[in-house]
Design a protein around this ligand. Structure first.
Ligand code: ATP
Ligand code: MG
Length: 432
């Protein structure tokens, strides 16, 4: 072991795990393209004040979890703990939000929170997220939620449940907050210390306290669903109807809330019972007040963020890593053969074949063993005799069939090779 280790709460993502990441990213990219969402890449760090205003001073994220530091000119910067604030900042800065404008966006990248590191909870972690800015239509809520559930389904995850709630609009929440504080105040001394603190600052957050005694008290608390105005209720009904039309299952959970004023209407979480305490894979909802809160024009918006580490934990339990697709493993020995092999590998790659070149210079037997383990469909062999005659031995690793041909013939028969490779891949798939 060397003298350095990755910092606490960070991880190196190595092969074969990285294959899952590439697969998830590729699947997400395809799916977002099919729904006309555009990717947005924002900076990893932002002005600290953006998060204080965009996430809220009263949240754990801003209060306890941010990586904040002064730069050399003493500006306070923060490594992004999430990306909605950054995306909204970018949309305002580049005038992408304006009346009548609809933005469908997605992002993927690392986020940073100073937390107690454990399985599924890290200090550098990754989120995939979607945001729709500019639509107040409940179908937008249904569309973004459907993208999350479809993605999880395409990845083969089925053992998931979705909890859904509405927190109404600002006025509904004010009425509800009042009722909640009235209900909880007599129990003040029985609440856990965090919740006592929240009673005045951010009472809705008490609803998702992990403290058992607080949970028991909260179980009888009034429900936000009883405080929705007719308009908010109708909006929520339409979201639910759209989800039902799409065949997306959900359960109502009136204790699922986001405590801050710019969160409105829809709130949802997708959970897996296979993740222990870190059960939530994806969380999101509507935030009609955020764009304005950050200095932009009043703009309705809805989105979600998915935790990729938790997703990978589920995927790795479920299936083998996707294999690296390799067409040829190139074996060579002897100075002239090695020189030709280097060029042949490069020429094949230019024709879009995936080629691994053995650089070991070891005996053919050892190189063949590596070829067999490489997952390649075929092995190409160059020795002294082949180098002399400018030929190559082509051995199909699936069937064992072997033939000799000139290097020129090999490079000219691209179509033939491709159909043989497809056959070999099919044979591999049925034998696996
Ligand atoms: P939790 O209650 O688990 O702390 P959260 O409410 O802080 O989650 P969000 O801010 O809603 O989480 O982030 C969305 C998703 O990002 C979470 O559901 C989770 O999958 C993932 N996530 C959040 N924090 C971490 C972390 N520290 N490590 C790994 N994944 C995380
Ligand atoms: Mg958290």
């Amino acid at each position: 072991m060397g003298s350095f280790q990755s910092p606490r709460g960070t991880r190196d993502i190595l092969s074969p795990e990285v294959s899952y990441w590439q697969w998830v990213e590729a699947t997400a990219r395809t799916q977002f393209a099919q729904a006309a969402y555009r990717e947005v890449r924002t900076p990893i760090f932002e002005e600290t004040a953006l998060f204080a205003r965009g996430i809220g001073e009263a949240t754990d994220v801003v209060g306890k979890e941010m990586y904040t530091f002064p730069d050399r000119k003493d500006r306070s910067l923060t490594l992004r703990p999430e990306n909605t604030a950054g995306v909204v900042r970018a949309c305002i800065q580049h005038s992408l939000v304006a009346p009548g404008n609809l933005q469908r966006l997605w992002y993927c990248g690392p986020m940073f929170r100073y937390e107690r590191a454990q399985e599924g909870r890290q200090r550098q972690f990754h989120q995939l997220g979607a945001e729709v800015l500019g639509s107040a239509d409940p179908r937008a809520d249904a569309e973004v939620i459907a993208l999350a559930t479809d993605l999880l389904q395409r990845l083969g995850l089925s053992n998931l449940t979705m909890a859904l709630n509405s927190v109404g609009d600002g006025r509904d929440r004010q009425a509800y907050r009042h009722a909640l504080v009235e209900f909880l105040t007599p129990y003040h001394n029985d609440l856990d210390p965090d919740s006592q603190d929240r009673l005045s600052r951010n009472p809705l957050r008490i609803l998702d306290s992990k403290d058992l005694r607080t949970q028991a008290i909260v179980a009888d608390a009034p429900s936000i669903l009883d405080h929705l105005s007719p308009d908010s209720k109708s909006f929520f009904d339409r979201v639910q109807q759209s989800l039902t039309d799409l065949g997306i299952a959900f359960t109502l959970n009136s204790r699922l809330v986001r405590g801050l004023d710019y969160y409105t209407h829809t709130a949802f979480e997708i959970q897996s019972s296979d993740l222990g305490a870190q059960a939530t894979v994806c969380g999101g909802g509507r935030y009609d007040g955020l764009v304005e809160q950050l200095g932009g024009p009043s703009t309705p918006a809805v989105g979600w963020a998915m935790g990729l580490e938790r997703l990978m934990i589920l995927l790795q339990r479920l299936q083998e890593p996707p294999a690296m697709a390799l067409d040829f493993y190139l074996v060579s020995r002897g100075a002239a053969a090695e020189a030709q092999a280097l060029q042949l590998a490069q020429q094949l790659r230019r024709q879009d074949f995936a080629v691994e070149l053995d650089l070991s210079g070891s005996a053919f037997g050892k190189q063949f063993k590596r070829a067999a383990r490489s997952g390649a469909a075929a092995c190409l062999v160059l020795g002294d005799a082949e180098a002399e005659a400018q030929t190559v031995q082509l051995k199909w690793l699936t069937s064992g069939e072997q033939l000799s041909l000139t290097q020129v013939e090999l490079l000219e028969d691209v179509e033939g090779l491709r159909s043989r490779l497809a056959l070999a891949a099919a044979a591999l798939a049925t034998s696996a």
